[in-house]
Ligand binder design. Sequence first.
Ligand code: HEC
Length: 274
Amino acid sequence: MTKKKTLLGAVIAAVALAFAPMPAHSAGDGTHAYQQDWSFSGVFGTYDRNQLRRGFQVFREACSSCHGLDFISFRNLSEPGGPEYSEDAVRALAAEFTIADETAQGGERERIPADRWPEPFESEQIARDANGGQLPPDLSLMAKARGIHQDFPYWAFNYFTAYQEGGADYIYNLLTRYSEPPEGEEVPAGLYYNDFYGTIAMPPPLSDGLIAYEGEGTPQTVSQYSADVAAFLQWTADPHMVSRKQMGFRVMIFLVLFAGLLYLVKRKIWRDAH
Ligand code: HEC
């Protein structure tokens, strides 16, 4: 094979790998995570605005009574690339909540878009007391703090597929895999069994039909709610993922072209040397 063909082969192999689908794990293998096909997967993935809106609705109705979202201000919900609610909608939403303010009459005022999403509990102790001693963690960065385990060689593909959805996959699996404990295993009172996580202090927060989505066409199932809220939490943890991937891809293209250019220059310079 000539050098040219080897180089071409390497480029084609790299491109093919980058677009190869991730091998999914088969069902029933314990704590392995089932990976979802997210709209924001891959090099060209983007957040789906409607999914982020549904995910915010799920968070608000099914999670926000226990979990905070400390790093999210109301105005973030109207920023480009997110749920993109109108500024008026965000102002109205913020005004549904109050915040302590010494300078306001009565020591309290309505929230404004620059305020943070409200905390569910007044203190950590109250939060623990309400949850059998366990603290429901803040969810704003949860999708960054958790990931899924992959065996070799699967994780090696991640470099090519720009896989950064481990957090969303983790949350999806956690929410969809509450089940009966395996035979012979006792679940202590106040705890719940989850086939993905093990025993956990969080009661199953979702059930089919729990949340009424506007419009028709989106299934109102645990699986759909879980995917939507996981996508929303991926966005809260990593709102710039899309632009970062796009930039990364441009850099890769540039490097490939640049390598080709260097090769041609090298050939030209050394042309008469043999
Ligand atoms: C009734 C309160 C309650 C509700 C409602 C609730 N959670 Fe939780 N959650 C908890 C508690 C308590 C823990 C800590 C569990 C533990 O450490 O055993 C937890 C833990 C978690 C974790 C972290 C698991 C880990 O890896 O450490 C995630 C993620 C999570 N919840 C997501 C959600 C989402 C998403 C929703 C809404 C769909 C939700 N929770 C609704 C109480 C709640």
